[in-house]
Ligand binder design. Structure first.
Ligand code: ZN
Length: 449
């Protein structure tokens, strides 16, 4: 064997509980899963540790650093350090404009994790000439968007992501017309950052369900917690359950924090936002740049919104009890929505998976270990039609995360947002060691899926 994982508590969350087994890896795949002794070129002693399928982050913004800063993979590496072996970029309407270019880059250089990507509606819309967020795209622009979407789908993009809150001018007719371009492709997926949150969260959830109902394409609601956890999550959850019972393929992802993050110039902060969230300027933390770490005042907010609209804010406006409720729902998977730049950003990019395992599973017992792992591995793998990943069985790709459930915890917080977690010991990507004893040893093992 190329690599052997010895004596670990192997836990594929399709099983009832862990089994003490040895794993042999050869040519990138799991070649043996057995109680028998195995020998290999490299042997990892996993005694006392959980050996899980590698985590799959179905909602990331890792590709936003592409060509923006020297380290294209800063977000991806934060993911790798917390056990993410596959991630999905291009969410919330924003993606690289040219999927092939990003794909070629990863083909040539490798990446920290395996990668799949959506094409962003907002990105395509601007490229088609509709740079004003508040007005609808015209017929020619929509044709251009469809053409670009098709070209990128042919190169391997997995579907379309919407960022409706950021493009108030894009109505459901525009979206449905664009979705037509997906219909020639095998099992496409739509992800959507809702149009409204808080008191209009339910309305926004209904629109996303309608998009799926009318287009016939599965809908992945993005970071559901930040849309509905303002005191009335229950009714939106009920509407999603009803739609699913009706046969509409709608699911969601969420991150385990009650604060969200976006750029200060976005339409999210158009007049009325404080009233909507029943919040104040002091609930907004500046995440980047000269004022990083400071809470806003009214004056500072408007100064930055005008002078530096790309700066990220963190808004402490959601409810934790409802975030837990969302996380536990049968249609929800765990994802980061993460972006790290120069060590700065929302801590979810560096803490999401360990936080669910440590804080919400081990400490608060809100989810069992089996439930938590299911939402990080098998569930997103199925959603993404990845048959040989997100599971542990002979023949599957060897994407594996090994951690200590007794000490597992996130360390990234709102002042030190990119601290690596505790408890993630080894991460194996495509059969090779990417993280050894908590440290990245190879960040080029991932590939385009
Ligand atoms: Zn979003």
């Amino acid at each position: 064997m190329d690599l052997v994982i010895k004596a670990g508590k192997v836990f594929d969350p399709r099983w009832e509980s862990f089994k003490e087994l040895n794993i042999g890896i050869k040519h990138g795949r799991i070649a043996a899963l057995t109680e028998k002794d195995l020998s290999g070129n490299t042997v990892i002693d996993a005694n006392g540790l959980i050996v899980s399928p590698g985590f799959i982050d179905i909602h990331s913004h890792s590709d936003k650093n592409f060509k923006v800063q020297e380290n294209n993979f800063e977000t991806s590496e934060a993911g790798l350090r917390m056990g993410v072996t596959t991630l999905v970029g291009g969410n919330c309407g924003v993606s690289p404009l040219n999927f092939k270019e990003y794909k070629d880059y990863i083909d040539a250089n490798g990446a920290p994790n395996n990668y799949l990507g959506f094409m962003g509606h907002n990105t395509l819309r601007s490229a088609a000439g509709r740079t004003d967020w508040y007005s609808p795209a015209n017929k020619q622009e929509i044709e251009k968007i469809k053409e670009m979407l098709k070209e990128n789908m042919e190169e391997g993009a997995i579907g379309l992501s919407l960022g409706l809150e950021y493009t108030p001018g894009a109505d459901i007719e525009e979206v449905l017309e664009i979705c037509e371009a997906l219909k020639d492709f095998h099992s496409p997926l739509i992800s959507a950052h809702y149009r409204y949150d808080a008191d209009r969260g339910l309305e926004a959830v209904e629109e996303m369900i309608d998009i799926s109902r009318l287009s016939g394409i599965p809908m992945q609601i993005s970071h559901l917690n930040s849309g509905i956890c303002f005191g009335n999550a229950e009714e939106s959850i009920k509407v999603i359950h009803n739609a699913r019972e009706e046969g509409i393929n709608v699911m969601a992802d969420c991150y385990p924090y009650n604060a969200f993050s976006t750029y200060i110039g976005s339409a999210v902060f158009d007049p009325g936002f404080l009233e909507r969230w029943e919040a104040k300027y002091e609930d907004l933390l500046i995440a980047e740049g000269e004022y990083a770490g400071q809470y806003c005042t009214e004056e500072l907010f408007y100064k930055l919104r005008k002078e530096d609209p790309g700066i990220y804010l963190i808004a402490f406006v959601m409810r934790e009890d409802e975030t837990i409720t969302v996380m536990k729902e049968s249609f929800t998977m765990i994802a980061t929505d993460g972006l790290v730049r120069n060590g700065q950003g929302h801590p979810r990019a560096s803490g999401t998976f360990p936080r669910v395992l440590g804080r919400y599973s081990r400490e608060q017992k809100a989810l069992t270990l089996k439930e938590a792992l299911y939402k990080m591995t098998v569930m997103p793998a199925r959603r993404l039609n990845l048959r040989d990943r997100g599971i542990i069985e002979e023949g599957a790709f060897a994407d594996i995360t090994i951690f200590d459930y007794n000490t597992e915890i996130d360390l990234a917080d709102f002042t030190n947002s990119s601290l690596a977690p505790e408890g993630i010991k080894y991460v194996i990507v495509n059969g090779k060691l990417a993280v050894f004893d908590g440290r990245i040893v190879n960040n080029r093992l991932g590939r385009i899926l």
